[in-house]
Design a protein around this ligand. Structure first.
Ligand code: GCB
Length: 605
């Protein structure tokens, strides 16, 4: 799906702000027609934001089930023949939308955008009411999965297998935008280049979808807005002379301006859509991860969209600050653990030349983590009642939706199809084979991977052959060998050796490692939970990484502390951050900064 952009033919009206909000604990809203008039007892709620932490009301914080949002908007007076589209960046996890009581959209999946053409529901120049029903419930057929139980008072409790709080609400921007009746609905760009005596020549292959358009042409502009190429037709190729590559650390961007007209002479009614892109290549070859043909080493973190008060609500100030901290530290990459991030984040990563591993929301497809007294009765993951064919179809659709949204981002170099799923059984193999094929079909230009969990050791693991890269989350020194870094190092080295033997030729990226660390806890004995232990443990991992050329990346867990459900292992959330939740550096941040800045000086990125 295309992002919302202003252009000569498109006007964007923001609907962010304070909406009206009401919980629906008894799930009466649909039956009682809450969409037919104004909500009966609303309270204010900012958009975008998670609703959970905004009020002081436990009912809101712990709510499980539907909740309703509502506001008025005004249709532009001078709409002419244009269409009016209502668009949501994301609503977590399920949304239904009405305009003046008429249902206009339904969307499943909490981390991707959706939109509806509401032209027929509005009158130009007149106000109208938008009602949104948001449902935060997860099931065995949702991505991510979850299931419902009750507490001792009979209230619903949402259980899930992932380690971050189930924040919900309207998490990203809401907008109205106009576009001509014959409009561009999709743009796909792939790039390549050749180096010759006269410099680099960029090759751009493009496809524009504009149903009903007889005439399409594209104009390619450089970062200064100067035309560098043009081409006729809905599909084709263009070359950029003296092209500047998009590189890690130097995110040079071009814009392909797509023009679509119902008829060639209909210049006044044409739709114009500016699609940014970068000229760069990615490939996995001989155990290396190549960007523009050069070996790339990932330095960075798994992150979360998470912060005080706003939860998972997108916030530009927070986004820019986080990128500043990443640059300060010398990081060159991150993983969108464990779901697609806001489109604004992907745009910004493009601009700053930050490399992204783009992950689906398929986290917690694993009932085997945290067994023993914590896990209760063992539960089968793949079964008719749990993760089944329907879940797999939802997962496949989600992969396609993510790729459709993010395919033109040069920052995205690798798709991560799942985090720590069950991957050592025949059922897992059957589950992932078609998903890997679906991803490759949707995007033949990028490598794919999945993130492997510690209990799925190389001797048992069964799906890695479907993928291009080995991505490992490892907690030697924390969940095992806690406090024993010598034992942890030996175990880590033994496992790396085993992976090299198991998946020869596949580059290995460490996508998680690190201990929980309580900011301010200093310890002359360097024991677990102290800042000193975090520094020691990361230094040990880095020593190991430096001794294996097969390891092509280190993304520690986590960029910052983040909220989870409370539990015996979680005190006010997960504390594995390099930074606190308020973004103050822990001691380790300075040590890693020295390392990563030195690596940046050496690699140039
Ligand atoms: C993991 C998960 C991540 C958790 C982390 C932890 O392996 O991928 O979501 O937060 O471990 O801290 O336990």
């Amino acid at each position: 799906m295309l992002s919302v952009r202003n252009s000569a033919s498109r006007t964007v009206i923001s609907l962010d702000g304070v909406w009206r909000f009401q919980l629906d604990p008894a799930d009466r809203g649909l039956l009682d027609g809450w969409f037919t008039g104004r909500l009966s007892a609303p309270r204010p709620m900012p958009v975008p934001a998670s609703y959970n932490d905004v009020t002081t009301d436990t009912e809101v914080h712990d709510h499980v089930g539907p909740a309703w949002y509502e506001r008025e908007a005004v249709a532009p007076r001078n709409l002419g023949g244009d269409r009016l589209i209502l668009r949501f960046g994301s609503v977590t996890h399920e949304a239904r939308v009405w305009v003046d009581g008429v249902e206009v959209a339904e969307h499943v999946g909490g981390y991707l955008p959706f939109e509806a053409d509401i032209t027929e529901q509005v009158t130009p120049g007149q106000a109208f009411r938008i009602t949104v029903r948001v449902d935060n419930r997860l099931s065995w057929q949702s991505i991510p999965p979850g299931y419902l139980t009750e507490d001792s008072r009979g209230r619903p409790v949402q259980r899930y297998f992932h380690d971050f709080f189930n924040y919900a609400g309207i998490h990203r921007h809401v907008a109205l935008y106009t576009r001509p009746p014959v409009a561009i609905t999709d743009v796909t760009i792939a790039t390549d280049y050749t180096d010759g005596p006269e410099g680099t020549t960029g090759r751009v292959t493009y496809a524009v979808q504009a149903p009903g358009a007889e005439h399409v042409h594209v104009i390619i502009k450089d970062a200064a807005g100067t035309e560098v190429a043009r081409a006729e037709g809905a599909e084709g190729e263009a070359t950029i002379p003296a092209a500047q590559l998009w590189r890690p650390g130097a995110g040079y961007l071009y814009t392909l301006e797509a023009h679509a007209r119902r008829r060639a002479e209909d210049a006044a009614g044409e739709d114009v859509y500016p699609q940014r892109f970068g000229v760069r290549t990615v490939a996995v070859r001989q155990g290396q991860f190549l960007i523009n043909g050069e070996p790339f080493y990932f330095r960075g973190y798994g992150r979360h969209e998470d912060n005080l008060i706003r939860g998972k609500g997108h916030d530009d100030a927070l986004m820019v600050h986080d990128f500043e901290l990443m640059a300060w530290q010398g990081a060159n990459s991150f993983r969108t653990s464990h779901y697609p991030y806001a489109e604004e984040v992907m745009d910004y990563a493009d601009e700053r030349g930050v490399v992204v591993i783009d992950e689906t929301a398929a986290v917690g497809l694993n009932t085997g983590i945290g067994g023993g007294i914590f896990g209760g009765e063992p539960m089968a993951l793949f079964s008719d009642d749990h993760v089944n064919e329907h879940t797999q179809a939802v997962h496949a659709a989600h992969i396609r939706e993510l790729i459709a949204r993010d395919k033109n981002h040069p920052c995205v170099v690798l798709w991560s199809l799942a985090n720590e799923p069950e991957s050592h059984t025949e059922e897992a193999e059957n589950y992932f084979r078609p998903l890997a094929a679906a991803a490759r079909q949707a995007d033949p230009t990028r490598p794919i991977g999945y993130v492997n969990v510690m209990i799925s050791t190389p001797d048992r693991e069964r799906v890695v052959d479907l993928f291009d890269v080995v991505m490992l989350n490892r907690y030697y020194g924390w969940y095992v060998n806690n406090g024993d870094l010598a034992g942890a190092e030996a175990a880590l080295r033994a496992e790396v050796d085993a992976w090299i033997a198991r998946a020869p030729g596949k580059p290995i990226v460490f996508t998680e490692y690190g201990p929980d660390t309580l900011a301010g806890l200093r310890d002359v004995f360097h024991r677990p939970w102290s800042e000193d232990y975090q520094t020691d443990m990361l230094a040990m991992y880095h020593r190991v990484f430096d001794s294996y050329p097969q390891i092509v990346g280190e993304q520690m867990w986590n960029f910052a502390d983040f909220q989870t459900v409370p539990g015996v292992n979680r005190v006010g959330g997960n504390k594995k951050g390099m930074f606190t939740r308020a973004r103050d550096p822990k001691q380790n941040a300075f040590a890693v900064r020295d390392r990563w800045q030195a690596m940046r000086r050496e690699s140039g990125n």
